[in-house]
Design a binder for this molecule. Structure first.
Ligand code: NAP
Length: 286
């Protein structure tokens, strides 16, 4: 919360261009109702032309804070007076709030969402943290590499079709993070404690993720951040050979927790009813 005693209703929302597809209102609406909070969480379209001025003058919008989605995460970060470590490293913010003194603060909560999901669904998953394998080097991969570094993984290996993108992330995060092309995956799979897919491969409507898990240790945890379908081919394949698996829906839900807490003053839980609600909504999407 801002710390100000407000008589009026607290307003937050998701900003971006477009925002019609966002499921954030469903998630925050569920928590507002559950906690009996008289607040609102709206869809707020912000065009590219107005983005800089909008985030630079967030206070004048009457919002306590907001989420930021594509394509404004970088613009939002640049407008902030204060950024958390993840947002600084990514140069992108997805959660904004005004503090007691009116400073605009920004966080990037995707990495926290990734960690929150695994902590909830696979307790103890990071007891052994020698080697993590990350497939993909897009925006989500960067957040996940940040998350794995924050949990002090000894080695993080990124595999990506486009070498430069993987190298850029590795260069940024230091000597524990290494970049490779896909054809080297077999060399590293045998020592993985964690395998995470952050590519869009395997998502409904996209190409399949072709991968041979033959060398992967049975103790390794396998997770996919693609959540449509919920049970991706990668997760099915991993579960069939006895690996523990975690789907990607929880990342989406957990990344919303810090924002709700900042704006509305209650730390919400990701529970089964919320998962069910969002799953129902996803099934309505062709
Ligand atoms: P992005 O920045 O566009 O990155 C896409 C990644 O997928 C890149 O590494 C790209 O490789 C790779 N890729 C795409 N098509 C490929 C192909 N045909 N062959 C090989 N590699 C391919 O996207 P993002 O924002 O990181 O998101 C990635 C996925 O994660 C999406 O499916 C998104 O929905 C999901 N996601 C889930 C959550 C969650 O909360 N669960 C959060 C964020 C994102 P190149 O670099 O070579 O192009």
């Amino acid at each position: 919360m801002t710390g100000k005693m407000k008589a009026e209703k607290i307003r937050a929302g998701v900003t971006g261009w477009p925002v019609a597809q966002s499921r954030s209102p469903l998630v925050h609406g569920y928590w507002l109702k559950k906690h009996g909070i008289d607040g609102s969480y709206e869809k707020i379209p912000v065009s590219p032309e107005e983005a800089e001025a909008f985030y630079g003058n967030l206070a004048s919008s009457g919002l306590t804070g907001c989420n930021v989605t594509i394509p404004h995460k970088e613009t939002a970060a640049a407008a902030c007076d204060v950024l958390d470590d993840a947002a600084q490293k990514m140069g992108a913010a997805n959660t904004l709030w005004l503090d007691e003194t009116g400073r605009l603060c920004g966080a990037n909560t995707d990495g926290l969402g990734f960690l929150g999901n695994l902590d909830q669904m696979a307790p103890g998953w990071d007891d052994k943290r020698d080697c993590a394998i990350v497939l993909g080097a897009g925006g989500a991969a960067r957040a996940i590499v940040w998350a794995l570094c924050s949990r002090k993984f000894t080695e993080v290996h990124i595999f990506n079709r486009t070498a430069e993108k993987a190298s850029r992330i590795a260069d940024q995060f230091g000597s524990t993070v290494h970049a490779h092309l896909w054809d080297k995956l077999g060399t590293f799979l045998g020592k993985a404690d964690l395998l995470v897919n952050t590519t869009s491969l395997g998502m409904a409507g996209k190409a399949r993720l072709e991968i041979d898990l033959g060398d992967l240790p049975k103790e390794a945890l396998v997770t996919d951040i693609v959540y449509v379908p919920l049970m991706t081919d990668l997760l099915k394949q991993a579960a069939e050979r006895g690996n523990r698996t975690v789907d990607g829906l929880g990342m989406l839900l957990h990344q919303a927790v810090p924002g709700f807490e900042k704006w509305f003053g209650v730390r919400p839980q990701v529970d089964d009813d919320l998962r069910r609600l969002v799953l129902q909504d996803l099934e309505q999407v062709p």
